[in-house]
Design a protein around this ligand. Sequence first.
Ligand code: FES
Ligand SMILES: [Fe+2]
Length: 357
Amino acid sequence: MTTQPLPKPLYEDRAFLRHFWHPVCTLDELESAHPSGRGPMAVTLLGQRLVIAKLNGKIVAMDDRCAHRFAALSKGTVVDDTIRCNYHGWRYDSSGKTVHIPACPELPIPRKAATTAHECVLKYDLVWVRLDSTWDCTEIPYFSDWDTPGMRNVVVPSYVWSTAAERRWENFTDLSHFAFVHPGTLYDPAYDRPPIPAVDRVDGELRFAIAPPPEMIDKLPENAPMGTFTYRCTMPFSINLKLQLYKDSSAFTLWTTSCPIDETHCRNFLIISRAEKADDPDHVHIAFQKVVLQEDQPIIESQFPAEISAEEVSLPTDKVSNQYRKWLRELSVAAAAGKEAFARALTTSVKDESVKA
Ligand code: FES
Ligand SMILES: [Fe+2]
């Protein structure tokens, strides 16, 4: 049997992604994982299996492996602010140390009886984990309207796609696909020539904006969020797409990020943020976004291989994705050179002067 040769991925070493914060589940998903409301819950981030739980009122993330016989702690139970492994009952505190071994409580606890705890915080009602905090030079991504008075934020249940997180990011910011993947849903198919915006790098974000033709709203469903699109995308996977709706000038933000489960799977998070109005139920907006996702998912999961590659043919109209890939590559190379180079690659600003305002 011959094996089909695969195009080379854009970068082989994904270790630089360990320096970023990634969401692994919604607060609601953690609280629903077990009747206690405190987990434990299994998640995977960058190929690493983790257990998430609420101990001492705080959410913790640890490697999902009991030091004894390597059973999954996520199959255990939260007992007295510890996670109890449900194979032989070892108990782990919030720092990952074993604090109780029922089989021989009179013996000292072995020094190696521990699992690794990782940095973990709750923000935007999502549980965020950073696997490598040694450089401590990344922040939780930007969200324009989480705390803005008068805005209503709806955290949609997360969903998994069989593709790399990079491809999901590129799909969400792809300005050429609307006419073909979302005709009549998000876009008028007559507008199949995409704009080429200025794409800047500012403070760890890619920023760009477009203004689709206002007249197309007559051809779209009432709930299609159509207006000026302003993107602020915190590297590597988050997107804050803020719209000013053409129909009533109100604010509407789609905030999304993709958690890299591994090279070929991502868990995606979506928060819909909109101006609070009477008679504007959440489910209408969630249902509309689901329709859009169902249009995207099959085509994105068909991209093969799932990892992005420099061998793909790019056009000037792919500028957003071209710039994104360029920066990702720079970050991966810089990370291999160390903290200073990585921090510089992340924070250096680049102003795109090629497009006149
Ligand atoms: S495998 Fe966890 S207590 Fe034995
Ligand atoms: Fe799409």
